[in-house]
Ligand binder design. Structure first.
Ligand SMILES: *Cc1c(COP(=O)(O)O)cnc(C)c1O
Length: 368
């Protein structure tokens, strides 16, 4: 079965093998050396002033970011399940929160962010997804972050890049906190969150907030190549392995280029067979199609063609399907995925199979 869900993504065999060694104790020179090398690779990946590895799923890093970087009021951008989560974290911690809310196919605009900042002079942090995975949309984080910083450079910009880091080169000029997670573009099992911080963010964190996710405690320890609590040793070994593998396969630029071409080729293939792309500003991490028969298409893909794609959540649970583009994915796998969608439409009597999806995918991907 081909796993084509936008998280979790398949773990390459070499990475699984790297993680299969004997258990290492985390307070040893052996593990500290691995930690140090992985930190170096993360500085290259994120381009931020500081990096942290946290033993939690991505949501833990979101929570750590909100509680340590919001001292007064949070502006959260909710165009889906993950944006909504930032607001829920604020509420859970008694942090004041204003939200810009949209349907899950619609990104936030610079104008509404500016209006929210004007109306709420006490906002001191904004939290936004780079890609909102609920509907697969790309927010214009670059423009929004620039607007926020032009308004007041002290406002912290928290960017959830869990489905953007490892997908595309992220402009971190106006980002104070960039979050990533193990089970999406980094092709690892779930359980490790990653965070990049700007020097301005580190200053604001000061002595930190919270306990498990007190970022000051982590910064202090991780600068010495150790962690405050027991490190997720196996996942960190896996992280070093995958980042080295990406390098060995041509580096980040090549990965970003291939991902962008795979995403464009898939979108065009879907449109060519009469399907509709759900978000008005699609991200390159996944292709989301909205369709009355999304559930039936998914089920056929799985049962007849051995392709596992994701559905939606909440009110769009059965009306979309999402094809993953994150990670090192061979073109022959991606082209089989789009080909299967066309086969499914044929099986449902919606079109006669003629190989259009596969042809369009390959034409665009290989630039024929
Ligand atoms: C997957 C994901 C998360 C984190 O979810 P966890 O289940 O906690 O790992 C956060 N934001 C986005 C955009 C995601 O895709």
């Amino acid at each position: 079965m081909l796993l084509f869900t936008p998280g979790p993504t398949p773990v390459p065999e070499s990475v699984r093998v790297a993680m299969a060694g004997e258990t290492l104790h985390h307070r040893t020179p052996e593990f500290e050396a691995i930690f140090e090398r992985t930190r170096t690779l993360l500085f290259e990946l994120l381009g931020m002033d500081e990096v942290l590895m946290l033993a939690s799923s991505g949501t833990g890093a979101m929570e750590g970011a909100v509680i340590n970087l919001t001292h007064s009021k949070l502006l959260s951008i909710n165009s889906g399940k993950f944006g909504e989560r930032f607001g829920k974290i604020a509420v859970a911690h008694g942090i004041a929160n204003v939200e810009i809310k949209h349907e899950w196919d619609t990104p936030a605009t610079v104008e509404e962010v500016q209006a929210a900042l004007n109306a709420n002079p006490d906002i001191d942090a904004i939290a936004i997804q780079i890609c909102e995975s609920a509907g697969g949309l790309r927010h214009n984080v670059e423009a929004i972050a620039a607007t926020v910083k032009a308004h007041n450079p002290a406002i912290m910009v928290i960017a959830d890049g869990i489905t953007a880091v490892g997908v595309e080169k992220i402009d971190i000029t106006n980002i104070d906190c960039l979050i990533s997670g193990s089970q999406k573009a980094l092709m690892l099992p779930p359980g490790l969150a990653i965070m990049g911080l700007s020097n301005t963010a580190i200053e604001k964190i000061g002595s930190g907030k919270g306990y498990y996710f007190n970022l000051a405690t982590e910064i202090k320890n991780q600068r010495k190549n150790t962690t405050a609590w027991t490190a997720a040793t196996t996942l960190i070994i896996g992280l070093e392995s995958i980042l080295n593998r990406i390098k060995a396969q041509g580096g980040l630029e090549k990965l970003y280029d291939e991902t962008a071409r795979r995403a464009m080729a898939t979108r065009e293939a879907m449109v060519a067979i009469g399907l509709h792309i759900y978000p008005t500003s699609p991200a390159d991490s996944m292709t989301t199609v909205d369709d009355m028969q999304a559930k039936e298409i998914r089920s056929l893909l799985k049962k007849k063609f051995d392709v596992n794609v994701a559905g939606g959540q909440d009110h769009i649970k059965d009306s979309i399907f999402r094809i993953n583009h994150m990670g090192l994915i061979a073109p022959y796998e991606a082209s089989w995925a789009v080909n299967s969608v066309e086969l499914a439409l044929d099986a449902m009597g919606r079109r006669t199979f003629d190989g259009t999806a596969n042809r369009v995918f390959n034409t665009v991907y290989f630039g024929l």
